[in-house]
Design a protein around this ligand. Structure first.
Ligand code: NZQ
Ligand code: ZN
Length: 390
C-alpha cells in the first residue's frame, strides 16, 4: 500500500427528504445563485419547481443557464461564466447529471479568471485552486462528479474532450435523492451504470504489488453492486433500492476512497474520451464497447490472474480454472453484462464510427506518449484496440 492523503470536503445529503437543507447551504455562500441545468429533465421530474419554490421562500435570487449539452461544451461554460461576472453570482448550483455538474464546475473556475474563458484552463492543464463554490443536485448515477475534483469539458471545434481538475472544483455540498433518477430511461441507466463500473475497473489492476486486501474488496463490492442493481433499475425504474445503490456507488467509485494507495490509471477513459470528442457519443456506451477489447488486448501471463479474479469476485466465473481460461471467461462475462444485460450495442460500427480518425485519436489519447495501466499502451496499441471495436 502506497502513502496517500485522503481529503474530500464534500458534504452529502443522501435520501428522499433532504432538499429542505438546500437554502441553508446556499445561503452560506450568498444570495445570488446561478442555477445550471440541461435539456429539461429537471422540469419533467419536478426538481426545477422545487428549487424555484425553495429559492423564492428563502430570499435567494435565482439566475439560470439551461441547455447544457451531454458532453458539455466550453462555449456553454463560458456563457455561464459571463452571467457570474455580470451578476456577481455567489454560488453555482448544478441540477442534473455529470454534464451539468461538470459545466457548473467549469463556470465556477472560469468566473474567477480575467476573461471568463474556461478553455485556456482546460487545455493548459491548470489545477484549479480558486473557483466559486459549487453545489450539486444529482439526477443520474454515473460520473462521480458530485463528489470529485474533475470536470470534463469538450471543444467540438478542435475535437478535444479534456478533464479540468482542481481541489476548488469538488462540490461543497451534494444532494443525492435516488427518486430524482426514476425518470432516467433504460439506455441512460445502462450507460451510467457502466461508467461507474469502469471508474473502478480502470483502477482495479493498478494497485499491483502495492495493493491491499481492503481496497480490492471494496472495489469489487462497488462493481458487484452495479452488476446486481443496474438491470433492476432498468426494468423497474422506480425501484428505490436499485436507484439508491447505484447513486451511492457512483459517488463511491470516484470520491478518492477507492484509489487511496493505488497508482491511479484510466486506460479505457483515455480511449473513450477521444470517441466522444470526435463522435459525441454517450460516455458510458463508449466505455462498454472499449473495455472488453482492452482486457482482451492486455491479457497475458502478467494480467491473467487479475482478470480471472474479476471474473470470480464480480461475475459468476468458477474458481479453480487455469488462469488464462478463467480470464477469458471473465471477459466473456463482462461482454455479456454490457451487451446482453445492459443491452448496449456492441461495436463502433453500430454507432456509425469507422477507422477514419483512429490514428489521430490514438495519438491524442496518448498525449503524454503512452497510457499507463497494467499494460502501458502506445498509440499503435490504442489504434489496434479501436480496430477490435469495429
Ligand atoms: O440534459 P437533461 O435534460 O438533464 O437530460 C440528460 C441528458 O440528456 C439525461 N438525464 C439526466 N438525468 C436525468 C435525465 N433524464 C431523465 N431523468 C433524469 N433524472 O441524461 C442525458 C445524459 O446526461 P449527462 O449529464 O450527459 O450524463 P452523465 O451523468 O453520464 O454525464 C456524462 C458526462 O460526464 C463526463 C462524461 O465524459 C460526459 O461528458 N464525465 C465526468 C467525470 C467527472 N466529472 O469526474 C468522469 C466521467 O468519467 C466522465 O468522463
Ligand atoms: Zn467515466
Amino acid at each position: 500500500m502506497n502513502d496517500f492523503i485522503f481529503h474530500n470536503p464534500d458534504k452529502v445529503y443522501f435520501g428522499t427528504n433532504q432538499l429542505g437543507h438546500l437554502s441553508e447551504e446556499l445561503l452560506k455562500f450568498g444570495k445570488k445563485v446561478l442555477l445550471v441545468y440541461g435539456g429539461g429533465s429537471i422540469k419533467k421530474n419536478g426538481l426545477y419547481d422545487s428549487i424555484v419554490t425553495i429559492a423564492k421562500n428563502s430570499g435567494i435570487e435565482l439566475f439560470e443557464l439551461s441547455g447544457v449539452e451531454p458532453n458539455p461544451r466550453h462555449s456553454t461554460v463560458n456563457k455561464g461564466a459571463a452571467i457570474c461576472k455580470k451578476e456577481n453570482i455567489s454560488v453555482v448550483l448544478a441540477a442534473g447529471g455529470g454534464s451539468t455538474i461538470d459545466c457548473a464546475k467549469g463556470i465556477a473556475a472560469a468566473a474567477l479568471t480575467e476573461n471568463g474563458d474556461v478553455w485556456p484552463l482546460v487545455s493548459g492543464g491548470v489545477w484549479v485552486t480558486k473557483a466559486l463554490p459549487v453545489v450539486a443536485i444529482l439526477t443520474n448515477a454515473a460520473t462521480g462528479s458530485e463528489m470529485d475534483a474533475w470536470a470534463v469539458i469538450s471543444n467540438m471545434d478542435t475535437n478535444e474532450k479534456i478533464g479540468l481538475g482542481g481541489s476548488a472544483l469538488i462540490p461543497r455540498v451534494a444532494f443525492e435523492n435516488p427518486e430524482y433518477s426514476y425518470t432516467l430511461p433504460p439506455f441512460q441507466t445502462a450507460c451510467g451504470a457502466f461508467d461507474i463500473f469502469n471508474h473502478v475497473l480502470d483502477n482495479y489492476y493498478l494497485a499491483g504489488e502495492a495493493s491491499f486486501d481492503l481496497l480490492l474488496e471494496m472495489q469489487e463490492a462497488v462493481m458487484r453492486t452495479v452488476v446486481k442493481w443496474a438491470p433492476v433499475a432498468m426494468n423497474e425504474p422506480e425501484n428505490y433500492e436499485a436507484r439508491a445503490n447505484l447513486m451511492w456507488a457512483s459517488s463511491m467509485a470516484l470520491n478518492s476512497i477507492l484509489d487511496g494507495g493505488t497508482v491511479h490509471g484510466c486506460a479505457c477513459h483515455a480511449m473513450e474520451h477521444e470517441l466522444s470528442a470526435y463522435y459525441d457519443i454517450t460516455h458510458g456506451h463508449g466505455l462498454a464497447i472499449v473495455t472488453p477489447r482492452w482486457l482482451t488486448y492486455i491479457l497475458d501471463e502478467t494480467t491473467a490472474s487479475a482478470i480471472y479474479r474479476l471474473g470470480t469476485q464480480v461475475f459468476d466465473v468458477p474458481k479453480g480454472l487455469n488462469e488464462f481460461e478463467g480470464a477469458k471467461k471473465a471477459i466473456a462475462a463482462l461482454s455479456d453484462f454490457c451487451f446482453g444485460t445492459l443491452g448496449l450495442l456492441p461495436t463502433l460500427t453500430d454507432l456509425s464510427i469507422d477507422e477514419t480518425h483512429f490514428k489521430a485519436m490514438a495519438e491524442h489519447a496518448c498525449i503524454s506518449g503512452s497510457i499507463t495501466g497494467p499494460k502501458v499502451l502506445t498509440p499503435s496499441d490504442v489504434e489496434a484496440i479501436y480496430k477490435m471495436c469495429l
